[in-house]
Write a protein that binds this ligand. Structure first.
Ligand code: 5GP
Ligand code: MN
Length: 346
């Protein structure tokens, strides 16, 4: 089997080709992703920007919170605008990436979405969006993996900064090829990108050797706050705005910590709750196989994937903590009951 046959799955090809056609049929794009960009969201924007540039399309990159500092080494095809008012021309089509939910585009754009047509590419299961075209592949590890297939369908060979961007998205959304979503297709795509000149180990080095002293101290603080509940099955950490400020840490400095919590031997579910502003808390949930944190997050108005999900709660940190402990321990209890019933039925 050819590497390309594995890297660009046959099952996605028809839909990827339709998306490639839709992208080439339109112009004047506003390329964006979910607010507070993670690696996959930023990489998706960068890769699509490179592709649009190659195809002589007009496009603007938009992210209300800008580019997180730890990814500032990534070469972007254009500047990133933080407000719609600052845009040098009025785009026609929103190209929404890695987002799934119009509400996650940020307040400003969510409000104005009815003024634009929309093309959507994503890997989050859910209702999705996109008035012109939508390609949602929940079995994909990352939105960048979906984009790689779309670009392949358009006859685009990933090289240079485009290939870098694709690799960065793959690395970050698979936790450095460690999560369950690191499929044979992911490894094949990574091999292809490496063959095309990307150095994955150098990219990882850039990603890893970025710690500020404040981040290191924040992780120490979070570890000192960590609680183990439900006989060690649930790891919980609550982070107040005050302690973030005291340590001089930024919100992106918490990225990766909830995965670290899951490394505890006894833990089946990890929950990080962070006070974002007064009365607004962001929660992140991670689990090992068998515990569906997506439904837990969805029951609180959030979303995500089976083993990685999150959301926002409009309440104090104490209330958010109580709410999450209640729903997560209940889910763990239900999972035990189900496992027990399945075992007894055998
Ligand atoms: P994180 O905890 O790293 O912010 O997010 C984990 C996963 O849950 C990601 O796939 C992310 O897109 C999703 N997620 C996080 N917050 C929300 C939210 O408020 N709404 C929805 N629908 N998904 C979310
Ligand atoms: Mn993603």
């Amino acid at each position: 089997m050819q590497l390309t046959d594995l890297a660009f799955p046959l099952a996605w090809r028809e839909r990827a080709a339709l998306m490639a056609r839709a992208l080439l049929d339109h112009d004047m794009y506003l390329v964006c992703a979910h607010i507070r960009l993670d690696g996959d969201a930023l990489s998706s924007m960068a890769a699509m920007g490179c592709f649009l540039e190659q195809n002589h399309k007009r496009f603007l990159l938009y992210a209300p919170f800008g580019v997180p500092e730890n990814y500032d080494f990534l070469e972007l095809p254009a500047p990133v605008y933080r407000s719609l008012e600052a845009l040098p021309f009025r785009p026609r089509t929103v190209l929404a990436l890695d987002c799934g939910d119009p509400g996650r585009l940020g307040e400003e754009l969510s409000r104005e979405m009815s003024d634009f047509s929309c093309i959507n590419i994503d890997h989050h299961p859910g209702p999705g969006m996109g008035s012109i075209a939508s390609l949602v592949v929940p079995e994909a590890s990352s939105t960048t993996q979906v984009i790689a297939s779309v670009l392949h369908a358009a006859g685009c060979e990933p090289e240079g900064r485009l290939a870098q961007a694709l690799a960065l998205g793959l690395i970050t959304d698979t936790g450095g090829f460690r999560h369950a979503n690191a499929s044979p297709e992911v490894f094949a795509l990574a091999a292809l990108l490496e063959q095309n000149g990307v150095s994955i180990h150098k990219l990882r080095e850039k990603l890893e050797k970025t710690w500020s002293y404040a981040r290191m101290r924040l992780w120490g603080h979070m570890s000192s706050q960590l609680q183990l509940l439900d006989n060690g099955r649930l790891a919980l950490c609550c982070l107040s705005l005050d302690s973030m400020e005291e340590l001089g840490a930024k919100s992106e400095d918490t990225e990766g910590y909830v995965e670290h919590m899951r490394e505890l031997r006894s833990v089946l579910a990890a929950c990080l709750v962070r006070e974002q502003s007064e009365g607004v808390c962001k929660f992140s949930l991670r689990s090992t196989e068998g515990v569906d944190v997506r439904s837990i997050a969805a029951s609180l108005g959030g979303g995500g994937h089976v083993n990685a999900a999150g959301g926002t709660l409009n309440m104090s940190l104490e209330s958010a903590e109580r709410t999450l402990v209640k729903v997560v321990t209940r889910a763990l209890e239900e999972q035990r009951a189900e496992a027990h019933a399945a075992h007894s039925a055998r």
